[in-house]
Write a new protein. Sequence first.
Length: 349
Amino acid sequence: RDDLRGRSPYGAPQLDVPVQLNTNENPYPPTPELVEDLAQAVRRAGAGLNRYPDRDAVELRKDLADYLGHGLTAENLWAANGSNEIIQQILQAFGGPGRSALGFEPSYSMHSIIAGSTSTRWIAAEREADFGLDPARAIAVIEAHEPDLVFLTSPNNPTGTALPLDVIAEVLAVAPGMVVVDEAYAEFARAGTASALSLLPGHDRLIVTRTMSKAFAMAGTRVGYLAAHPAVIDALLLVRLPYHLSALTQAAARVALAHRETLLGTVDALRAERDATVEWLRGRGLRVADSDANFVLFGEFGDRHDVWRRLLDRGVLIREVGPEGWLRVTIGTPEEMAAFRAALTEVIQ
Ligand code: PLP
């Protein structure tokens, strides 16, 4: 199994240790009420499992549109097995042999990995030293390469950086093809951070992707989605596999959306824990990236692998990702963060 993992370009270790702060999940499991509603929904869907699911996931898309607001309707929404599959469908539809996609790194590695697996040429542009984008430099690199797709991630993984809306608008104005704004962590952004969803009216080359794996605490269900002009969704229909989203997945996602008040109720606590973590790490004299997400990137270590390994020896799994020398910790429960702080104190003293 380890041999097979070594061959996968996606490198997050899945280890059974007490404190797992490495894949940006929400640490709070579903409440008993949600589990009960899920069980009932599975029972209802189970009675019809001899039939294929709704291949257009119409009810789920209506619920997602209702959640997002911004005047969006089911025709603007599309869902798949995690936003990873959403990204794959986007690259299958708009990328491919002879086409290119550009992203600003460090960023979410699956953008370039899926570009590679769809034979889309990947153009790695760079973020600034503060992990943000300088509009003039971003525009220059887009004009130089004329990519078929531009990936912006806001808040960005692994840095936590949110992009101001005017920077996204400037990119949209010059990009010759599709602009994908990956907003997997949107719900964790600090007050005043606008979503690219507000730019959708009138922009038919903009795609905003989201997920239920993070703030919604449903990573195991595998539901990602996008909002875009209906013509974008028509293009995805040409590449999606029919019945890609199981009836059980659709039912579970709809139950989670119905419970959104409770699920998203964990976001405030996670934001507060994040801000406290940033402050604590800075208090240790470390460099820490400002974060609008449910994780924090910090450094710089001469040998980050050694720090990562010694944290793991203490039962705390974080992630070796981002620029050399930096590490990323996902925000967990107060108890998990206390364990992280205690372990890191021992490791770096
Ligand atoms: N986009 C970003 C920026 C992510 O960090 C992740 C997961 O970590 C994803 C997309 C994929 O999420 P999922 O496939 O679980 O929806």
